[in-house]
Design a binder for this molecule. Structure first.
Ligand code: FAD
Length: 477
């Protein structure tokens, strides 16, 4: 899975293994092509894809007629169906766009009309009384809402992992820990990629570099847009807060995007956020006291009882804003090169539709895929609270007592799940990756209690993998 250029030259190299690059690699895996997915980090989904608001958007509020509007709408349908097949937890809780003043209430019919222009005809205006019946813990002063059925909460970690797993099982070579630093090649010839772990060659190239998509473009002499990292800070409330919120509670959108929301998560928590701060530092994923204080203030207005609830975690992610309310996707046939850039605040929702769009752009560049074939099936371990978890599954425990031994008590994660993640097709590189595959360490104590046990399981796995690789006498097999 890692390492060398055994299949070099590749038909297609996809650079960037976020949710978008993994979806593109998975789509390419349907064809008899040599494909590599190259990622600078030591795991998939380490960029914007690991720290978002985890909503499967319908696209009701996108700018009508944009590429984003069409792809989010299609992506919502595609990912909804794929999630059921692949075991990605999704809860279609629906959204309420809450108006807190007269101006916002007056904007709701316009938002319903916009939703209709985006193909969503099921939104409904709610008066204050019905809104309160639906959300009894809402703060005072809510005047009404637009109900948007279909808006759902999803596990973003499992989504990226499912795509990557299916791509790898279907023959894509996943090359982790390799930053592409330069691209060269004679006109008409293959691309020669310099990476931090040796060269690669590709007939076609896809830039799915997220926050770095403009810098990757520059490696090929392309200058189309500049990325501004737009930070979103979020607070995660502990499980008891889940009873306070039934829907995704959205504000009426302002000029900086979707605004601060309160939403349940598929893990049984409540999210408050995100902020929207335009920065220059593409690595500024830390939270700030000011940002979190602002969130608490807004959260106290939306659901006042949240103030008394325990916070489990705070995190921040960066959106790839480009100064345009749309994606920046382009085919450059002369370069046999496709850019999938500016995938701002909806890339998780649009990912599967984006992947199909990229196949079309690659065809424009001259890629002939050959006949389609079925992908290797994938069924991901369930991380969702609304679906059966292994520690409650008598049959799983009977098969492997490891599934009856809880190692992370906050999140009820068992030794069997940790071992399965460590032995999976796309294994974690560290405890953070393990958390995204199992929820271990994601709970109230943030790994304070279970970290040593998790570390020991990691070491045990490394030792036994080393023994399998080298044999008892230490000689390579
Ligand atoms: C706060 C926040 C909230 C959001 N909420 C939602 C939401 O609720 N719903 C939704 O649908 N979307 C949401 N989004 C948007 C979504 O998270 C992004 O659109 C999506 O994750 C973008 O994925 P990506 O693959 O393009 O980028 P990334 O996940 O950033 O992946 C790009 C990858 O490229 C790699 N890379 C870059 N340069 C190189 C190089 N030279 N060589 C090798 N690798 C390289 C990086 O290491 C990185 O892993 C949110 C985003 C944020 C920040």
């Amino acid at each position: 899975m890692s390492g060398g250029a055994a299949d070099d030259p590749y038909d297609v190299v996809v650079v960037g293994a976020g949710v978008v690059g993994c979806a593109v690699a998975r789509a390419l895996a349907r064809y008899p092509l040599r494909v590599a997915l190259v990622e600078a980090a030591d795991d998939v989904g380490e960029g914007s894809s690991k720290a978002n608001t985890a909503i499967l958007h319908t696209g009701f509020d996108a700018v009508p007629g944009t590429l984003e509007a069409g792809l989010v709408r299609a992506g919502h349908r595609l990912l909804g169906a794929y999630a059921a097949e692949a075991g990605i937890p999704v809860e279609p809780v629906g959204a309420l766009l809450v108006a807190w003043d007269e101006e916002q209430r007056a904007a709701l019919p316009g938002l319903a009309a916009k939703a209709a222009r985006n193909g969503h005809h099921t939104t409904r205006l709610l008066g204050a009384a019905e809104l309160r019946r639906r959300e009894p813990h809402l703060g005072p002063g809510a005047l009404g809402a637009l109900a948007v059925p279909g808006e759902s909460v999803i596990c973003p970690w499992t989504t990226t992992l499912a795509y990557a797993t299916q791509a790898v099982r279907s023959g894509v070579r996943l090359l982790l820990g390799r930053r592409v630093t330069a691209v060269s090649g004679a006109p008409g010839g293959p691309h020669r990629l310099s990476t931090t772990r040796g060269p690669l060659t590709a007939r076609f190239l896809v830039n799915a570099c997220g926050l770095y998509a403009d810098r990757f473009d520059a490696l090929l002499g392309v200058q189309d847009f500049a990325v501004t990292p737009r930070r979103g800070q979020l607070l995660v409330y502990d499980k008891p807060a889940r009873a306070l919120v039934r829907h995704i509670l959205l504000p009426v959108p302002g000029p900086l995007g979707k605004g601060v929301l309160v939403a349940p998560t598929v893990y049984g928590n409540v999210l408050l956020g995100p902020t929207a701060e335009d920065l220059t530092d593409r690595t500024a994923t830390g939270t700030t006291a000011e940002g979190l204080a602002g969130l608490r203030e807004q959260g106290a207005r939306i659901v006042p009882a949240l103030v008394g609830e325990e916070v489990t975690a705070a995190y921040a992610g960066l959106r790839a804003a480009t100064g345009r309310e749309d994606y920046r996707c382009a085919a450059r046939p002369a370069l046999r090169y496709v850019t999938v850039g500016g995938i701002r605040s909806t890339g998780l929702s649009a990912s599967l539709a984006l992947a199909e769009h990229v196949l079309g752009l690659l065809a424009e560049c001259g890629l002939r895929t050959g006949p389609e074939r079925p992908l290797a099936p994938v069924r991901m371990p369930n991380l969702g609270e609304a679906f059966p978890r292994p520690y409650r599954d008598a049959a799983a425990v009977a098969r492997d007592p490891g599934f009856g031994t809880v190692v992370c008590h906050c999140e009820h994660v068992t030794r069997g799940e940790v071992r399965a993640a460590l032995a999976s097709d796309v294994p974690p590189a560290g405890l953070d990756g393990l958390r995204r595959r199992t929820r271990a360490g994601a709970g109230r104590c943030q790994g304070g209690h279970c970290r040593p046990a998790l570390q020991a399981l990691f070491e045990e796995h490394r030792r036994s993998a080393g023994r399998r690789r080298y044999g008892k006498d230490g000689g390579a097999r």
